[in-house]
Design a protein around this ligand. Structure first.
Ligand code: R5P
Length: 311
């Protein structure tokens, strides 16, 4: 791109946006992203963006609706202010759990949110570990889908040595666990899981030998923590020795943090795609995605390959 690179953010994760700007050696764009007294979101860009290659960093985490609205209004403001190209950088993509109809009379929320972002005027999307790869196809604009697995595998291996079993807590996560296993080395185990109700989890069985082994559960997100805690219980019941966890998005809904703090998890490695809670348990280690996102932004700006980042 000819135009200058500019970075803006809403209120979802200013610390991550600032860390990315430090990596890129650019100043964070000035903008007011606040509320009118009537509760509506107010956006005003405080600098010229005409002809610029603009990246808006905004994970759509809790409060999801507010942060999605901030993102949409920022994109709209940038488009109307004649930015040349707008990339929505969404380290965590909310509304991803309903990405397909599992029964009648349900929305496909992830598709609706993709439509909103595109209609607002985004030219590209840069995301990290989408809950389902299908979401990429919900956009008719280019999507660069980054994976946190290389970062997590590296951080894990810097701390934990020796033989391991990489555990996928459900069939849908086998590809991710397999990728982790290729990088960290080890054998593979797969848990069969079902959801008897929304936000409820039951572990049915496990394929693979975990008896006396060091296990690492690899997952894309920790929401209620139900999946994780039930997986830990099942692994322990099958004789697993030490249990570690690597997860991309720490959502920590409901009692998740208490469950983790009081669990038999040795250490949880999680990225900062979502702001970290103040009361993070002592067994949580944070791996920053800022360098990865900064590199992907720079490559996008310069028209360089992103997939080369993962080889
Ligand atoms: C499931 O498909 C995902 O990979 C996660 O395992 C799940 O979304 C985690 O949610 P929770 O923490 O509420 O069990």
């Amino acid at each position: 791109m000819e135009g200058r690179l500019q970075v803006f953010t809403g209120n979802a994760h200013p610390a991550l946006a600032e860390a990315i700007c430090r990596e890129l050696e650019v100043d964070l764009g000035r903008a007011i992203v606040s509320r009118f007294q009537n509760g509506e979101t107010r956006v005003k860009l405080d600098e010229n963006v005409r002809g610029a290659d603009v990246f808006v960093i905004q994970p759509t985490s809790e409060p999801v609706n507010d942060y999605i609205m901030e993102l949409l209004l920022m994109i709209d403001a940038l488009r109307r202010a004649s930015a040349d190209r707008i990339t929505a950088v969404i380290p965590y993509y909310g509304y991803a759990k309903q990405e397909k109809k599992t029964s009648g009379r349900e929305p496909i929320s992830a598709k609706l949110v993709a439509n909103l972002i595109t209609t607002a005027g985004a030219d590209r999307v840069l995301a990290v570990d989408l809950h389902s790869p299908a979401i990429e196809g919900f956009f008719d604009i280019p999507v660069d889908h980054l994976r946190a697995t290389p970062l997590l595998a590296r951080a894990f291996r810097a701390r934990v040595h020796g033989d391991i079993v990489v555990v996928s807590p459900d069939a849908g996560g086998v590809g991710r666990a397999q990728d982790f296993r290729t990088r960290a080395k080890g054998s593979l185990a797969i848990i069969s899981k079902q959801h008897p109700d929304a936000d409820k989890t039951e572990m049915l069985d496990i394929v693979g030998d975990v008896d006396g082994k060091t296990c690492v559960i690899v997952d894309d997100m920790i929401s209620t923590g139900g999946t994780l805690i039930e997986a830990v219980k099942l692994l322990k019941s099958r004789g697993a020795d030490r249990i570690y966890v690597c997860a991309t998005h720490g959502i920590y809904a409901g009692q998740a943090l208490d469950l983790i703090a009081n669990s038999e998890i040795e250490e949880l490695f999680v990225t900062d795609t979502i702001p970290l809670p103040q009361d993070s348990p002592a067994n949580v280690t944070v791996v920053s995605v800022a360098p990865l996102l900064a590199e992907a932004i720079m490559r996008t700006h310069k028209g360089m390959s992103i997939s080369a980042l993962f080889t």
